[in-house]
Write a protein that binds this ligand. Structure first.
Ligand code: ADE
Length: 417
């Protein structure tokens, strides 16, 4: 039985799911195919993902393929309670997710996902897989494979693989070009700003925005913040990415230097304490801090809380105020993913590609069951091509095809100067 906040929210949730579906043509085509092939007939699936309208459409797609799906939250503060209610009431999908759930409830929900005895699992941050390996090692052999949606999760899984701890095949959906070039860049770019603006109503033009990390998420956010008139500073630990940021026209400096200059700070790295205890006292009065990485560890909030003379929760919805040396520092969404905690996550149009890739990766695992080993797999190129071709088609964009002469030229090495 589902564990959701309030089933009477279902009608609103259904509207939201249907609205998102209009912008998810690639996923719709996959759903139609699954409905015909019934590739997941009678298979139990457990998914630990952000419970949003877009995820609801992924769940519908898996169910259309015959799967018996159970969905739990991958973050305590990202659940859309109306969507959770509708999935349960209108679509007959078991959901265990409540926005604002505490850590115990969060892990109780993960336990429910494992008690469902899945043969396929899906993660956004790898909490399901790490709990499985640590607490239920005997259950691992029942699982054909798992999918991982986000950078932070892939980092954890690769660490497990390196340690010899990974005991099942995992597909790094995050690393697909059809995912990270679009979802991480354009999705995070837009939805992170959306979260900051909804939470604070700040004008971005003329502000100094500090971007912690210049991976695809950081790049997208920096690009969009600049587009709205911010002066953008990037901090990095990787010299190639730092160079990229410089040549993209951004100022690059260590966080300690940026701390004194920033009006708005956002971390997007997948690592801990990117904004650390020594940085807070350097900040300007009124500095706004948020995180768009998966876990709430990128800003050292424990240190901030410990050093604050006063903490005022909810000075505005989703915003807490910390008084440090007489200066006010604002933190959005308790340092959790700002785009999901304070806004609605990435728009459906970009999740369309991520979740079509995710759905097709699941069917790839089923088609290849028994042949895969316990390691992290990249997405099959044919899946990426299919998703990209279909997305272009749905946008009414056509492209050229190589002529026979061009193909021959590319395959040969004799032609030169
Ligand atoms: N991650 C970021 N945005 C998301 C969304 N809208 N749905 C599910 N996962 C997400």
């Amino acid at each position: 039985m589902s564990d959701v906040k309030d089933v009477t929210l279902a009608a609103e949730g259904k509207k939201r799911i249907e609205w998102a579906e209009r912008d998810m043509p690639v996923l719709r085509s996959v759903r139609e195919e699954f409905a015909r092939t019934q590739i997941f007939k009678d298979m139990n699936f457990s998914a630990c993902l952000h419970v949003t309208a877009e995820t609801a459409n992924l769940m519908r797609t898996l169910k259309a393929g015959g799967a018996n799906v159970l969905l739990v939250a991958s973050n305590p503060l990202s659940t859309q309670d109306d969507v959770a209610a509708s999935l349960s009431v209108d679509y007959g999908i078991e959901v265990h997710a409540i926005r604002g759930e505490d850590k115990d409830t969060f892990f109780k929900h993960i336990e429910a996902a494992l008690a469902h005895k899945p043969v396929i699992t899906m993660d956004d941050g790898a909490d399901l897989i790490t709990t499985l390996h640590q607490k239920y090692p005997d259950q691992v052999k029942e699982i054909m494979g798992s999918m991982e949606e986000t950078t932070t999760g892939v980092i954890r899984l690769r660490a497990m693989e390196k340690d010899g701890a990974l005991k099942l095949p995992v597909v790094a959906v995050n690393d697909a070009k059809t995912k990270n070039l679009f979802d991480n860049r354009y999705g995070t770019g837009q939805s992170t700003l959306d979260g900051i603006i909804r939470a604070t109503d700040s004008l971005i033009a003329g502000k100094v925005v500090v971007v912690g990390g210049y991976g695809w998420c950081g790049k997208g956010f920096a690009m969009r913040a600049r587009g709205m008139g911010a002066h953008v500073i990037v901090t990095e630990i990787d010299s190639i990415k730092a160079l990229e940021a410089v040549m993209d026209g951004f100022e690059v400096m260590p966080m300690e230097a940026a701390a004194k200059k920033g009006d708005i700070f956002c971390t997007l790295t997948g690592d801990i304490n990117v904004i650390d205890k020594d940085d807070f006292p350097l900040m300007k009065d009124g500095a706004i801090l948020c995180n768009s990485g998966h876990f709430d560890v990128e800003i050292n909030l424990k240190a901030l809380e410990a050093m604050a003379e006063k903490v005022t929760k909810n000075v505005r919805k989703n915003v807490d105020e910390f008084l440090v040396k007489g200066k006010r520092i604002y933190v959005i969404g308790e340092g959790r993913l700002v785009n999901l905690a304070a806004a609605e996550g990435h728009p459906a149009s970009v999740m369309d590609m991520s979740f079509a890739t995710q759905a097709l990766a699941s069917s790839w695992v089923v088609e290849n069951r028994g042949k895969l080993s316990a390691r992290v797999y990249d997405i099959d190129e044919a899946i990426e091509k299919r998703v990209a071709d279909f997305k272009l088609n749905s946008m009414g964009v056509s492209i050229d095809t190589l002529t026979e002469e061009q193909k021959h030229y590319l395959d040969s090495w004799q032609h030169g100067t």
